[in-house]
Design a binder for this molecule. Structure first.
Ligand SMILES: Cc1cc2nc3c(=O)[nH]c(=O)nc-3n(C[C@H](O)[C@H](O)[C@H](O)COP(=O)(O)OP(=O)(O)OC[C@H]3O[C@@H](n4cnc5c(N)ncnc54)[C@H](O)[C@@H]3O)c2cc1C
Length: 281
């Protein structure tokens, strides 16, 4: 079977109408960097495809103390924004220039592990995702978006339209560890955010990629950090708990055993960067 109908809606309402009329057999495509290879390889066989490129979902703006990122903002644009440097860092560590020019932030949330590097950084920043359907838009925490391996909270007739990233307190660090220095799948991706007052941790986020069926938070490790004095002891304890609670897997990139070891090492390294950075924030 080949694609017989290709739609390029010019607005969100046009896109939603098409989705409503054509149903789940209409393949939604943003940058196409994940979806298109599946079509080319015959793994996915849609007859009708809808491109989101011109649907008006590419706004990137700061408003009311948060960064709004439209679902089809490319990773190249994310890399260039300066409001949240940790997101630039995540984009710089994702794929290559040519892929980043096409790949979208929204599409990254649907990418199966070990992909989803941007989503890991977004999780550490308490991002909410906007899901829009015929009945309107609902806003849910990114953590609640994921329901399992390649499953999520998006309902039939809905599109992911944007992300709201609050300007939360704290210092951040992002590390993607792969088998090459760049343009490489993740062995483990770690994004951490730590807020402190007088050296005591008041709020902590530890988000992991390639450590489970989807990007996830190491919540038990976050609880270990909360209320502690950030230093070698607390860092080592939190990293050990993060490795324990994660659910790594084996694939062509790394074994489960190795990933778990690297989770411990790189959570500790990311937290150490914040500790060595000094000041409370
Ligand atoms: C060579 C190469 C290297 C890569 N390296 C990395 C890497 O290092 N790290 C990484 O995280 N990823 C990597 N990727 C994967 C991919 O490029 C990114 O994750 C990208 O952000 C996916 O976005 P996209 O717009 O291309 O998604 P698409 O391929 O357009 O879509 C992917 C899926 O998401 C759905 N979707 C997309 N947008 C929406 C929306 N707004 N509403 C509803 N459904 C939607 C589509 O229906 C589809 O099922 C790589 C890909 C390639 C080809």
């Amino acid at each position: 079977m080949t694609v017989t109908d290709y739609f390029l809606p010019r607005s969100l309402s046009e896109a939603l109408d098409l989705l409503g009329a054509r149903g789940p057999s209409l393949m939604v495509m943003a940058g196409g960097t994940v979806a298109m290879p599946l079509v080319n390889d015959g793994i996915s066989l849609p007859t009708q495809v809808m491109g989101l490129r011109h649907a008006g979902l590419d706004e990137l703006r700061e408003e009311d103390g948060e960064l709004y990122i439209g679902a089809t903002v490319t990773l190249t644009r994310l890399l260039r924004q300066q409001a949240l440097p940790v997101l630039s860092e995540a984009a710089r560590n994702t794929a290559s220039w040519s892929v980043r020019n096409m790949a979208t932030v929204g599409g990254n949330l649907f990418t199966p592990p070990p992909g989803g590097d941007i989503a890991v950084a977004l999780l550490a920043l308490d991002t909410s995702v906007a899901l829009t359907g015929p009945a309107g838009t609902r806003l849910i925490p990114l953590g609640a978006f994921y329901t399992g391996f390649m499953t999520n909270a998006l309902q039939d007739g809905e599109l992911l339209t944007g992300l709201r990233v609050p300007r939360v307190a704290g210092d951040t660090a992002f590390i993607k560890f792969g088998r090459k220095a760049s343009n490489t799948p993740s062995v483990v991706t770690v994004a951490v955010r730590v807020a402190r007052h007088d050296g005591t941790v008041t709020d902590a986020r530890i988000a992991l990629g390639a450590a489970g069926p989807h990007p996830l938070r190491a919540s038990a490790a976050e609880r270990v950090l909360a209320g502690s004095a950030l230093g070698p002891e607390a860092i080592e304890a939190a990293a050990a708990v993060a490795a324990e609670e994660s659910q790594p897997f084996s694939d062509g990139v790394a074994s489960e055993w190795y990933r778990r070891k690297m989770i411990r090492l790189f959570v500790a390294r990311a937290l150490d960067r914040i500790w060595q950075g000094g000041e409370d924030r």
